[in-house]
Ligand binder design. Structure first.
Ligand code: NDP
Ligand code: 2IT
Length: 448
């Protein structure tokens, strides 16, 4: 939808012109500016102080060559990125994505969204994101190690426990974090909490592995509770079969739901008896194989080619946990037609603007990514806190804090939506609540 406020419309035009051919970044900025329309009406000082103008421009973008040698002795060259988007409320914080689709526009959209998400957690973390077009799929452990070491050799010059603290995202899990932490420590001769998602033997936090998926379910449960509903007894469709999807499946099942689908970029599985997570963990986490393997262990389940088909399965609740723009208008319509009454985003920006419009028009409870998947980065901030104290909390302690953070995020996003006359619109509520803390801090700093 076109922006009504002339200042915001002009700013959007400038963003598009200054960042050509980056549609994902434009999409993310447009959504936030749309949410800010009633905010600038009420607080015109956010325009006068230039805060929004500064907010859409990254503080710093680092782009570098990542050369490495494959198992055949051949030199390979990838491209590395770190976008240090905004440090108004804390050190840059956000994951690293290793996927062939990565380019500057993807990292910028993720870094931009991370600013608001991180603010919503209530913890002192700024927004950043990084990654590479390196594809870990099909690479040997030794190749992944050499790539990670080369990547960190450059990245180490730009990050630090009080400057910028990366973590995982698509294609970056415990193995990659281990190789990168080892290389950072070696290069800098420094043992600090410079990355999160670390192994438990070297400074990692309990619950960080589970946090994105668990947090997503805690948030979904809060959203459902406010509408007199619950995950208990609900049929849930989940996409993806990585970190976010696996632990969303685990927690949804623990909370009494039946998860019937998972997917990867090739296709999806449907198990009407409920997904057997032990099988999925064996296939995905131990063997690093495709989700289609699942039907070999569970012949009652079906595998279908094509990942978007997952949204044609009848469900009460949908939790997209794969990637950006995986739910388009047609998929959203199929979900609504099948009676789906709640969607919460585990992935970042998985619903297109047209899909969100379909959900909102259809009265579907909609939990946007910045709120719903903030549990991962929130637990990363708890890992940073434990590292600073040189202390570790128990699983139960971290889990209780995560649960409370997700409940607070739901409450703050709902209240912000209500305050600005958009009750029930958590997209606007999350954007506004996240924005306020960052904008107030930036105003205090002046023009910097
Ligand atoms: P993983 O690498 O563990 O898993 C990614 C999953 O998504 C895989 O099943 C992958 O399938 C699938 N996928 C990736 N790209 C595509 C695509 N283009 N089309 C269809 N499926 C695809 O990553 P995560 O689980 O960590 O990340 C999933 C989402 O959650 C991302 O959007 C990420 O930004 C978001 N997120 C992650 C957090 C974290 O802490 N890890 C925190 C908050 C959000 P395949 O194997 O075929 O590529
Ligand atoms: O999108 C995200 O919030 C993440 N990938 C997690 C970032 C983090 O720093 O834990």
């Amino acid at each position: 939808m076109a922006l009504k406020n002339s200042y915001l419309a002009g700013l959007m035009e400038r963003v598009e012109k200054r960042n050509p051919a980056e549609p994902e970044f434009h999409q993310a900025v447009h959504e936030v500016l749309e949410s800010l329309e009633p905010v600038v009406e009420k607080y015109p000082e956010f325009i006068d102080s230039g805060v929004i103008e500064m907010l859409v421009e990254p503080e710093r973008i680092i782009k570098f060559r990542v050369p490495w040698v494959d198992d055949n002795g051949k030199v390979q060259v990838n491209r590395g990125f770190r976008v240090q988007f905004n440090s108004a409320i804390g050190p840059y914080k956000g994951g690293l994505r290793f996927h062939p689709s990565v380019y500057e526009g993807i990292i910028k959209f993720l870094g931009f969204e991370q600013i608001f998400k991180n603010s919503l957690t209530g913890l002192p973390i700024g927004g950043g994101k990084g990654g590479s077009d390196f594809d870990p799929k099909g690479k040997s452990d030794a190749e992944v190690m050499r790539f990670c070491q080369s990547f960190m050799t450059e990245l180490s010059k730009h990050i630090g426990a009080n400057t910028d603290v990366p973590a995982g995202d698509i294609g970056v899990g415990a193995r990659e974090i281990g190789y990168m932490f080892g290389q950072y420590k070696r290069l800098r001769n420094e043992y600090t909490g410079v990355l999160t998602g670390k192994g438990l033997t070297y400074g990692g936090s309990l619950v960080r592995t589970e946090a994105t998926g668990y947090g997503l379910c805690y948030f979904t449960d809060e959203m459902l509770k406010a509408a007199g509903k619950s995950l208990k007894g609900a049929t849930v469709a989940i996409s993806g079969s990585g970190n976010a999807a696996i632990f969303a499946t685990e927690k949804a099942t623990q909370l009494g739901a039946k998860v019937v689908t998972l997917s990867d970029s090739n296709g999806y599985i449907y198990d009407e008896n409920g997904i057997d997570l032990d099988t999925v963990k064996k296939i995905k986490l131990e063997e690093r194989k495709r989700i289609s393997e699942y039907v070999k262990y569970h012949p009652n389940a079906v595998y279908q080619d094509g990942c978007s088909g997952v949204w044609t399965v009848k469900c009460d609740i949908a939790l997209p946990c794969a990637t950006q723009n995986e739910i388009n208008e047609a998929s959203a319509k199929a979900l609504v037609a099948n009676g789906c009454y709640a969607v919460a985003e585990g992935a970042n920006m998985p619903s297109t603007p047209e899909a969100i419009a379909v959900f909102q028009a259809g009265g579907v409870l909609f939990g946007p990514a910045k709120a719903a998947n903030a549990g991962g980065v929130a637990t990363s901030a708890l890992e940073m806190r434990q590292n600073s104290m040189r202390y570790s909390w128990t699983f139960e302690e971290v889990d209780a804090k995560l649960k409370q953070i997700m409940a607070d995020i739901y409450k703050n996003a709902s209240e912000a939506a209500k305050e600005f006359g958009m009750e029930g619109n958590l997209v606007a509520g999350a954007n506004i609540a996240g924005f306020m803390k960052v904008a107030r801090s930036m105003q205090a700093y002046g023009v910097v």
